[in-house]
Design a protein. Structure first.
Length: 307
């Protein structure tokens, strides 16, 4: 009985960790959404990942009681592709936040759970069942309610950013599963941060060279340029570590449903911080997408329970 009680307590702690992380993720993204639009998105995202890498470096150094060595030791080309996929995903998502309500961005990004099924079939050889296809079609119907592609306006084009971000994040998750647990998560967080920040700064430098532009003066204002990504990176790092801890304490089947608390958090932030009021069709689309994704998560839970 004592062993069962300890397990139950451990699982509850893990579930509390994942619930807290899920509610913090939109808080992190809200700081990126609040950043001045004069700041180039590539630089903002690059700074976010660089600060995240610094946080990971400090944690590793403090934990090992020595100066950490080469962060890319043991890194293979597949690790690089994985980190690049994460960089593109977060870059596209943060870009989308400048064009669409935060709740809409999270709803569209949630489809990554279904994209993972498709990429898992092609990359990992996992099962692709009829119900998966039906749920994907259902989610696409929800997307159509949200973006309503009747004309190529700014809202429609902005909605494509979180959708593309969902595809890239799905690739990141599938490649992470393919690589297995080769390194502790904090080391992967450091690698991801360094690769992503290098990519974003390089892309921005190439953009300046191609279009012969100069660096905007707003980046020299620390409060405008540095503060939002710095706070977002700190919250994001805490959220990521909470998710890692949750995965160690509780079964995935108990954790997945709680991850959808991030949408509730995003909706509240959108209404009370950004005064974003969603129309009826958008709310219907979000409801359809969330139903499809939660159904997929619960059915996957049933599959894992089968012998």
């Amino acid at each position: 009985m004592s062993h069962e009680t300890d397990n139950r307590r451990t699982h509850l702690i893990g579930m509390a960790c994942i619930a807290t992380a899920a509610m913090l993720f939109p808080v992190k993204d809200s700081f990126m959404k609040m950043q001045d639009e004069r700041v180039p998105i590539l630089l903002a995202v690059g700074l976010y990942f660089f600060i995240q890498a610094c946080i990971a470096f400090i944690v590793i150094t403090f934990k090992e009681r020595r100066l950490y060595g080469n962060p890319f030791a043991g890194m293979k080309w597949l690790n690089l592709v994985r980190s690049l996929a994460l960089a593109l995903s977060m870059g596209l998502f943060f870009a989308g936040l400048r064009h669409v309500p935060i709740a809409v961005a999270f709803a569209l990004f949630t489809i990554q759970g279904l994209f993972i099924v498709v990429l898992g079939y092609f990359i990992l050889g996992e099962a692709l069942r009829l119900r998966h296809i039906m749920l994907i079609i259902m989610a696409i119907c929800g997307v159509m309610f949200i973006i309503r592609p009747t004309e190529l306006d700014a809202t429609f084009l902005g909605s494509l950013y979180p959708l593309a971000a969902a595809v890239m994040f799905s690739l990141y998750i599938v490649l992470t599963r393919k690589l297995g647990k080769t390194q502790p998560p904090i080391y992967l967080l450091l690698q991801d941060g360094l690769v992503a920040s290098s990519l974003m700064v390089s892309l921005y430098g190439a953009t300046l060279a191609i279009y012969q532009q100069s660096v905007p003066t707003v980046i020299w204002n620390a409060q405008i340029f540095i503060m939002p990504p710095a706070v977002a990176a700190l919250i994001g790092s805490i959220s990521s570590l909470l998710m890692i801890q949750a995965a160690r304490l509780a079964p995935v089947a108990k954790l997945v449903p709680l991850t959808y608390l991030e949408f509730a958090s995003a909706a509240l932030i959108g209404v009370y911080i950004f005064a974003e009021i969603l129309d009826v069709f958008t709310m219907i689309g979000i409801a359809i997408i969330m139903t499809a994704c939660i159904t997929n998560a619960m059915m996957n839970k049933s599959d894992e329970a089968c012998p």
